[in-house]
Design a protein around this ligand. Structure first.
Ligand code: HEM
Ligand code: NAG
Ligand code: NAG
Length: 352
């Protein structure tokens, strides 16, 4: 069976979202312990511990993490991304998606970069990733250059976080500060990738809950979906929308059908908006015009809770770019491995 068909089957029969924000249960356990204890000092300790379990802003990540150990890191990444995006502008988009798919599956820990082996099954061949996520060679190139400059120091997870920011900026997006100090996972979960990455066939409520499971709000969902202002999608993932849905501009549907036949052409590409290599607000203008490419895109503007924010971004490119940068900083801090957890991989494709 075609891989993309499996991907659709998987999304039409999704496993229930089992992931709850781990910080809620952690906080609850600490609260119970605190209430069971009459010790004032215990409660004080508890109150100091809880913030470290918060989703997102991990206190251990810092923009200056490699300032002394690898001062050339930002330049190496920026130059390599500049070369990659000059060679193929879409690469800025592809790296952004690679990072999103890394962060959404057990945190921004470079787990998506691990190759499958005879004894190891990782995330690369999960349905949302297989024949879909790209940019691994660019990360390999950056890693090789970083290793040459600073042996065994910089994680693949941090390289991916920096490369993502630089790719967005190279295509015209607003910059953000990348906090660093992530370490690389020694494991990866194909089933978690299958279950936790959002489906292009999902409705708004399901999209909101999949982002909530990562500590992200409905507004974060709407602004981060603006990542679709760059890049392209394969035909099979929007075919049902252009042939069978009603909340779609008819002339847009006709245009897309020209390169996405009802039968066949499944891997043919179409841009998400009219400027797929410019980080602008045309994605939101498209949604307001009922020209969203994926079902999940149009769900953000389909008489629901996100209509107002979509309309705001469609009228205010600066607000979108600013809010996207802030939300990316938040997404970049999902459950990082820090301290002595994980490792600094020598090769991003292999556990040491
Ligand atoms: C809200 C839920 C989301 C769904 C259902 C979704 C789904 C998809 C799908 C189906 C594709 C096309 C894949 C292919 O053709 O092989 C895609 C591409 C893309 N996605 Fe998303 N996505 C979502 C959110 C995001 C977020 C949050 C970001 C980044 C912040 C993002 C960034 C991208 C980019 C840049 C591409 C184009 C990649 C390229 O051209 O190589 N997506 N997405
Ligand atoms: C990098 O460091 C490791 C030890 O951490 C060492 O074995 C290796 O030879 C070093 N490689 C280079 C190119 O310096
Ligand atoms: C559209 O819907 C019809 C009727 O349910 C179905 O037979 C057809 O396969 C659908 N086409 C696409 C492209 O999803």
């Amino acid at each position: 069976m075609h891989n993309l068909t499996l991907y659709i089957d998987c999304f039409f029969n999704p496993s229930p979202y089992t992931t709850k924000p781990s910080f809620i249960s952690s906080a609850l356990i600490f609260m119970k312990l605190a209430m069971a204890s009459l010790s004032y000092s215990f409660i004080v300790v508890t109150l100091f511990i809880i913030p470290f379990f918060g989703c997102g802003a991990n206190a251990q990540l810092s923009p200056n993490f490699y300032a002394r150990t690898c001062p050339s890191l930002p330049t190496i990444v920026r130059n390599a991304m500049s070369q990659a995006v000059t060679r193929e502008a879409r690469m800025g988009a592809s790296i952004l998606r690679l990072f999103f798919h890394d962060c959404f599956v057990n945190g921004c820990d470079a787990s998506i970069l691990l190759d499958d082996t005879a004894t190891f099954t990782g995330e690369k061949n999960a349905f949302p990733n297989q024949n879909s996520v790209r940019g691994f060679e660019v990360i390999d190139t950056i890693k090789t250059r970083v290793e040459a400059a600073c042996n065994a120091t910089v994680s693949c997870a941090d390289i991916l976080a920096l490369a993502t920011r630089d790719g967005v900026v190279l295509l015209g997006g607003t910059s953000w500060t990348v906090a660093l100090g992530r370490r690389d996972a020694r494991t990866a979960s194909q089933s978690d990738a299958n279950n936790q990455l959002p489906s292009p066939f999902a409705n708004l409520a399901t999209l909101i809950s999949s982002f909530a499971a990562k500590g992200l709000t409905a507004s974060d969902l709407t602004v981060l979906s603006g990542g679709h202002t760059i890049g392209q999608s394969q035909c099979l993932l929007f075919k049902t929308r252009i042939y069978n849905e009603t909340n779609i501009d008819p002339s847009f549907a006709t245009t897309r059908k020209a390169t996405c036949p009802a039968s066949g052409g499944d891997t043919n590409l179409a841009p998400f908006d009219i400027t797929p290599t410019r980080f602008d607000n045309n994605y939101y203008k498209a949604l307001v015009a009922r020209r969203g490419l994926l079902h999940s895109d149009q769900e953000l503007f389909n008489s629901g809770s996100q209509d107002a924010l979509v309309r705001t971004y469609s009228n205010n490119a600066a607000a979108f770019s600013r809010d996207f940068a802030a939300a990316m900083a938040k997404m970049s801090a999902i459950s990082p491995l820090t301290g002595t957890n994980g490792e600094i991989r020598k090769n991003c494709r292999l556990v040491n």
